[in-house]
Design a protein around this ligand. Sequence first.
Ligand SMILES: [Zn+2]
Ligand SMILES: [Zn+2]
Length: 88
Amino acid sequence: MSGEWTAEELAIFKQYHGRCIMCPAKAVTLHEIIPKSKRPRDWNEPDNRVPVCARCHRKIHDIGSKHFVDVLRSLQQSEIRQGSPNQD
Ligand SMILES: [Zn+2]
Ligand SMILES: [Zn+2]
């Protein structure tokens, strides 16, 4: 993680234990669920940003932000079902 993140951004990373939301890798950046261009006023709201690793970030942009919203929704649902297995 670089030292360029704001406290608010670091809090997002922390919320996800510094991990990518798509895989167990370390998150290196924040992806905007709704792109800045479509949500110019509040794109940086915490609920619009998720931590991702470089590889998954590329993948998200490959599948497209619209589809990613569906992926994200199913991820969140399975998380709720499984609970959080390892708290370290
Ligand atoms: Zn990843
Ligand atoms: Zn992105």
